[in-house]
Design a protein around this ligand. Structure first.
Ligand code: 6PG
Length: 469
């Protein structure tokens, strides 16, 4: 019997997603460039194998699918997707649907979606979050592209998605690359959440002399409160784990050099294009880049010495409060960026739904996201930090953020993301900022003109000697 859906690309995520689809009762055909992976999946599938049709070439794969066909690509982002689509199209009928479920750059998805529309073909670009475990048992799915096509596969994507109190974590975000854009912002936030956790880890380790197990236990405690989230939880587990080879804390053995596949960077680049400030996310991406400069950091430590003193001025509650305040600011920036993109790209992104779809399955899932969904449901255009619920939390915890950042900085411990959060907080509560000086300078050297506080109009100039006169 023909399969209801097909999947190409049986890497870790593709294999897990295939098993998830079969597990939810759907029939699926699979294929992969190297056939060994197909056999591996069938061996791993156990009882689910009866719902999975293994195929070893593209023609047989396409033939095995029920019409109109729906084909998921779980392949590395980039040219691979274009090549795979080019190989597939001649074998497909007009109404057949290709779904790119990888971490594509949303510009590529926009381009592919526009080409599909021009050619009368069906195409979706969907962001899938949750790592291997999520893909296998319920990811968060951010759909984008052809809405008619989305409606056709929504029953399958909804069924395989994570559930938050029975609600599917799978939503169509908008046309073209909207789904992949939302996924990129998710990843930018992921970077920032992870970086702030790493900074607090650094304070505990280098400032307060705590061991990995104590630190793991602290994160375990924090996971019981306002910070309850997947990333805090796994940070606790990472801290507690020991190296099977020698029994030392695993965290102490891991090299402090973080990898990245580029989605966080895309978020920052796009934020700059849109003029949307996301300094916490920018700091996190920069920190990853700095982490990769291990040799230079070694040189720096030789030249200047590492952070000199122990830090005693903060306690566990301060650190928890700093992370709460930092997290709010980081999400406020992420949602601000989404709002800006929604207008610029005419997507009409469903803000509360984005928060809802992130409540389960994805890497940034957390208790706070439910409150964010509520706040955005009440007023989607209000910066999250000003919504009554989060404004209260910020009033409560911003002093801890200030205390932690000030203490860390005065002791030479780097906290770039937390510091960016604090500066954002201070900028955003300063009605009369300092850009009047920038405007004065711009007018001085370039006659760019400025607005006045006491009169209407935009093209005033100062009394200084002008370059052109
Ligand atoms: C997810 C993750 C995932 C991402 C990895 C690695 O939502 O499941 O965001 O899609 O690829 O976390 O990302 P980096 O290599 O950029 O850290």
């Amino acid at each position: 019997m023909a399969s209801q859906i097909g999947l190409i690309g049986l890497g870790t995520m593709g294999a897990a997603l295939s098993l998830n689809i079969a597990d939810k009762g759907f029939t699926i055909s699979v294929t992969n460039r190297s056939p060994g992976r197909v056999d591996d999946l069938m061996a791993e599938a156990g009882d689910l194998a009866s719902r999975i049709t293994p195929t070893y070439d593209l023609a047989a794969f396409v033939e095995s699918l029920a019409k109109p066909r729906a084909i998921i690509l779980m392949l590395p982002a980039g040219d691979v997707i274009d090549r795979q689509m080019a190989d597939l199209r001649p074998l497909l009928d007009a109404d057949d649907l290709i779904i790119d479920a990888g971490n594509a750059n949303f510009h590529d998805t926009n381009r592919r979606a526009a080409a599909a529309v021009a050619a009368g073909e069906r195409f979706l670009g969907i962001g899938v979050s949750g790592g291997e475990e999520g893909a296998r048992h319920g990811p968060s799915i951010m759909g984008g592209g052809d809405q008619v096509a989305w409606a056709r596969v929504a029953p399958i994507l909804g069924a395989i998605s994570a559930k938050y109190q029975g609600q599917d974590c799978a939503t169509w975000m908008g046309a073209g690359g909207a789904g992949h854009f939302v996924k990129a912002v998710h990843n930018g936030i992921e970077y920032a959440d992870m970086q702030m956790i790493a900074e607090v880890y650094g304070i505990l380790r280098d400032g307060m002399g705590q061991g990995a197990a104590e630190i793991g236990a602290a994160f375990g405690e924090w996971n019981k409160g306002t910070l309850q989230s997947y990333l805090i939880e796994i940070s606790g587990e990472v801290g507690l784990a020991t190296d099977p080879e020698g029994g030392a804390p695993m965290l102490d053995i891991i090299l402090d050099k973080a990898g990245q596949k580029g989605t966080g960077r895309w978020t920052v680049i796009e934020a700059q294009h849109l003029g949307a400030p996301i300094p916490v996310i920018e700091a996190a991406v920069t920190a990853r880049n700095v982490s990769a400069m291990l040799d230079q950091r070694k040189t720096g430590e030789n030249v200047f010495g590492a952070a000199p003193e122990k830090l005693t001025a903060v306690n566990f509650d301060d650190l928890e409060g700093a992370m709460i305040a930092g997290k709010i600011m980081c999400y406020a920036q992420g949602f601000d960026l989404l709002t800006e993109a929604s207008g610029s790209f005419e997507w009409d992104l469903p803000m509360p739904d984005i928060a809802e779809v992130w409540r389960e399955g994805c890497i940034i899932r957390s208790a706070m996201l439910n409150d964010m969904a509520t706040a955005l449901g009440e007023n989607a255009s209000l910066n999250l930090m000003f919504s009554p619920f989060f404004a209260d939390l910020l009033r409560q915890h911003s002093p801890a953020l200030r205390k932690v950042v000030a203490a860390a900085m005065s002791h030479g411990l780097p906290v770039p993301a937390l510091a960016a959060a604090l500066s954002y907080y201070d900028m955003m509560r300063t009605a009369r900022g300092t850009a009047n000086m920038i405007q004065g300078q711009r007018d001085f050297f370039g006659a760019h003109g400025f607005e006045r506080t006491d009169k209407d109009g935009r093209d005033y100039h100062g009394p200084w000697a002008r370059a052109d006169g």
